[in-house]
Write a protein that binds this ligand. Structure first.
Ligand code: UT7
Length: 329
């Protein structure tokens, strides 16, 4: 019988738009304050994409960065996956636009829609494809432009979100298995707590849906908060168990960056000291599916993670969806 193949993580990359929107900037447009935003969320600033800079453009720049870090040519990619909640268009997929930008006309490409957990769902899809032998080298991207689906007059949401993209290259390996475990979950019963009502087939775009701002994110934050803490902690504990590792073996925990208080509550529930938790929410805001991968890339680039270190990613988002994974960088 053939030896089971494993997954090797070859490299990561990220990209953020240049424009910075600070809490002080928001104070000028909505009834909020730097004090409220910082204390309640931990966010101080976020990046905002240009009008002529769609999600695929951020995805492209993050992919180039990941290809460089992996030391491979784009032609070696044989599958492209893009996790996003804010695609360039409903059709074609953002993955197809990315494929075109990379000039990879033969690599199949599709999007993954699992809101903020999309990147972790993507790791599990990439792992399954590699283990099945269908594809050998996969480009997985998490890219978002939440600024373009935000109601900038709604202070309960507009202070939270930002734009950015991260990418990872995963490849087949006979020796390594860098994805030690993945746990995924979903519960559609919570779909009305965090959603983007119009623009799909339930509420096709009309003048009325636009006037009512139904094409922007709606969230019942306090209710989302509670489920986020409990599901992230449960998923993280389960993924750790499945990996066969202990908390002490994990160099860094990278939780979804939605709210500093959620991050602290998850850490407390898991009994993990804050110095083992990676946080960059103060400068990114919540960038949905791009949070975990951009944070991972920053941890690698700043030397917080060294080659061979174990790291656990955990996320939670609309759907609800959640997921956790233990990986080796
Ligand atoms: O990424 C996917 C998952 N998303 C999340 O995990 C987000 C989860 N939720 C949260 O992070 C938090 O619930 C929020 C940051 C969204 C809100 O924080 P909160 O502590 O739950 O505040 P709240 O919604 O209970 O509102 C408290 C008060 C309200 O005023 P009253 O009714 O007490 O007078 C709000 O109107 O804060 C008010 N408020 C604001 N005040 C100043 C809400 N937003 C703002 C604001 N500036 N931006």
């Amino acid at each position: 019988m053939d030896k089971k193949v494993g997954v090797k993580i070859l490299g990561t990359g990220s990209y953020f738009p240049k424009k910075i929107l600070t809490n002080a900037d928001l104070e000028k447009t909505v009834d909020t304050s730097d004090e409220w935003i910082s204390a309640r969320t931990g966010i101080r600033e976020r990046r905002i994409s240009e009008n002529n800079e769609p999600t695929s453009e951020l995805a492209y720049k993050a992919s180039i960065d990941a290809l460089e870090s992996a030391g491979i040519k784009s032609e070696q990619i044989d599958l492209i996956l893009v996790a996003t909640t804010t695609p360039d268009m409903l059709c074609p997929s953002t993955a197809c636009f990315l494929q075109m930008k990379l000039g990879l006309t033969f690599a199949p490409a599709f999007d993954i829609s699992a809101a903020c957990s999309g990147f972790i769902y993507g790791i599990s899809v990439a792992k399954a494809f590699i283990e099945s032998g269908l594809y050998k080298t996969i480009l997985l991207v998490g890219a978002e432009e939440l600024s373009k689906v935000t109601d900038w007059t709604d202070r309960s949401t507009c202070v939270l979100f930002g734009d950015g993209a991260g990418a990872m290259i995963l490849s087949v390996s006979q020796e390594n298995d860098d994805v030690l475990s993945v746990v995924l979950g979903a519960n559609g019963l919570y779909s009305d707590l965090l959603f983007l009502p119009a623009g799909g087939t339930a509420h096709p775009a009309t003048t009325e849906t636009v006037n009512k701002k139904m094409h922007t994110i709606k969230m019942r934050g306090r209710e989302v908060f509670k489920v986020a803490v409990s599901k992230m902690a449960l998923a993280a504990v389960k993924a750790l168990e499945l990996s066969g590792k202990k908390r002490k073996d994990i160099k860094l925990f990278i939780p979804h960056q939605a709210n500093m208080r959620i991050i602290e509550a998850v850490a407390k529930k898991m009994g993990i000291p804050m110095d083992k938790i990676f946080v960059n929410i103060h400068k990114t805001g919540n960038i949905s599916t791009a949070t975990t991968i951009t944070a991972l890339d920053e941890a690698v680039k700043t030397g917080k993670l060294q080659k061979g270190d174990l790291v656990e990613l955990v996320a939670f988002g609309g759907g609800f969806t959640w997921g956790a994974t233990v990986i080796r960088v």
